[in-house]
Design a protein around this ligand. Sequence first.
Ligand code: ARG
Ligand code: MN
Length: 307
Amino acid sequence: MQRSYPPVSIFGVPTDIGASKRGASMGPEALRVAGLVDAIAARGVDVRDVGDVSGPRNPVSAPVDGYRHLDEVTAWNRSVFDVSTRELQAGRMPILLGGDHCLAIGSIAAVAAHCRSMGKQLRVLWLDAHADFNTHELTPSGNIHGMPVACLCGMGPTVLTGFGGITPAISPDQVRQIGIRSVDPGEKRLVQEHGLDIYDMRYIDEVGMRRAMEEALEGMDANTHLHVSFDVDMLDPAIAPGTGTRVPGGVNYREAQLIMEMVADSGCLGSLDLVEINPALDRRNATAKLAVDLVESLFGKSTLMRD
Ligand SMILES: NC(=[NH2+])NCCC[C@H](N)C(=O)O
Ligand SMILES: [Mn+2]
């Protein structure tokens, strides 16, 4: 099916400030080198690379009060919030090239504020091995890339929960998580308490990706803005080795394509994060190349014969 997409603005956020393993800061260049911009343009989309956001260097320090690098994470997310907001207001679809997953705090806060002002429904599709629902009390690591969903739902330091002016930015019932297979014990209790809608790997094994995705996308309509937050560690490490927190037993190539094709078919894609690509851990840029391949499907490239 031929679909038309709004113009797209790509921006890089070269930092690994929310992780403890270094290297996700090289993600934006890896995605560019893998041909992301041309691949989207080849789908007939008006796409522009607006360059990189800047921010503080990584001091590589220990957590303080359960947060590692809280000031720096805040500064980076402020810039992400500002760029995302600017592009959304210009009627463009922001695509964030991470960078680690803490950056979704700024991007999704911007999307949520935009949806409120436009009277749009927001759905967040969180593609990940992890729930990223930790708090400073529960976290085993202090790494803020394990906390963005909790922060967006209002659980976190005020510097990270207030970007859009309204706290919480989103509510758990707007989120669907796919591919989850590593959740810390305290985090799991919090997830259950808040009723996060999680399609974990066991569920995907049992019912299949098609049904999981149908359920995750259920209830969307023409007035829905779908934000996809794609952490490449959702994918099986055999096909996506270039990421810092690998967990075995992930989503395979065809399942990942099906996710993207079903999002494309929904016609609701409004914004995207591509995060946690760590070129220092990759093999010949395979993970960035795979991400580009999947983004092509997200923009309607299809293997369907009956198209
Ligand atoms: N976006 C990510 N890669 N998150 C990994 C989080 C891992 C672990 N749950 C933690 O809090 O440290
Ligand atoms: Mn994540």
